[in-house]
Design a protein around this ligand. Structure first.
Ligand code: URA
Length: 242
């Protein structure tokens, strides 16, 4: 790990805001290798220096991994001028977090947030074919023919004219009187608006979309919309195997 300013290091470790940690340093409750730290801008090396705050050693994980249940209305980006971003839902002082891929602003569900660029790059690589499963509600009656069409692949209009990779469509319910269906669909790619465009191709309209799994990670039933939790070490290990 490289060197950090002491106040940044403590803020990144979620000890407090930059202003709060500066005050802690002034109060003399932060030590570096047993000596009281006097200045917030002193450079420390987390690999070799021992930093204590109120008698407890502070160790900053290099990477953070969160599983967010994204609500509608939030943009999957690090910055946006028109709407709040998914990062505004994560209570961390780290400035280098980003979402792994994108969900549309009106899509809900599982979104991974991390600062591990290499892992994100691997998971999003078109070569890896990480399964992504969605629950969708639609206008229109989904049929067996649609299941076959999704399995064969659809020319949804990308420039390269390639059809989509085989997608597994499962019909959960149809209601002919209201002309609506609910389905589960698993895709292996992440083309722009892919699920909505696939259904549009078979003349249905997605009215609600929620991602319920991403590779080996499943959205927990007890994680409310807008809430998040850290990935477990087992989940991180599973993702790293991709
Ligand atoms: N497909 C879509 O159309 N939208 C999403 O947000 C994700 C997949």
């Amino acid at each position: 790990m490289s060197t950090f300013r002491l106040d940044k290091y403590l803020a990144d470790a979620n000890i407090g805001t930059r202003t709060e940690v500066k005050n802690y340093i002034k109060k003399g409750i932060v030590t570096i290798n047993g000596t009281i730290a006097k200045k917030p801008d002193i450079k420390i090396n987390p690999d070799t220096d021992e930093i204590f705050f109120q008698g407890e050693q502070i160790q900053l994980a290099e990477f953070e991994y969160y599983l967010l249940n994204k609500p509608s209305g939030y943009v999957s980006a690090t910055k946006d001028n028109t709407a709040p971003t998914v990062l505004s839902l994560i209570n961390s002082n780290r400035k280098d977090l980003f979402p792994v891929g994108r969900l549309d602003k009106d899509t809900e569900g599982l979104l991974l947030i991390t600062n591990d660029g290499a892992l994100s790059h691997r998971l999003l690589s078109p070569k890896r074919h990480v399964d992504k499963t969605y629950y969708a509600e639609l206008e229109g009656i989904v049929t067996i023919d649609d299941i076959t069409a999704f399995e064969k692949g659809l020319a949804i209009g990308d420039e390269d004219l390639k059809v989509t990779m085989p997608a597994k469509l499962t019909i959960l319910d149809t209601d002919a009187t209201q002309n609506i269906s609910s389905v589960q669909v698993t895709i292996q790619e992440g083309k722009f608006h892919q699920v909505k465009r696939m259904f549009q191709f078979v003349e249905k309209k997605v009215t609600y979309l929620k991602r319920i799994s991403f590779g080996p990670i499943t959205l927990p039933n007890n994680l409310a919309l807008g809430k998040y939790r850290e990935l477990t070490s087992q989940e991180i290990e599973m993702l790293q195997k991709f």
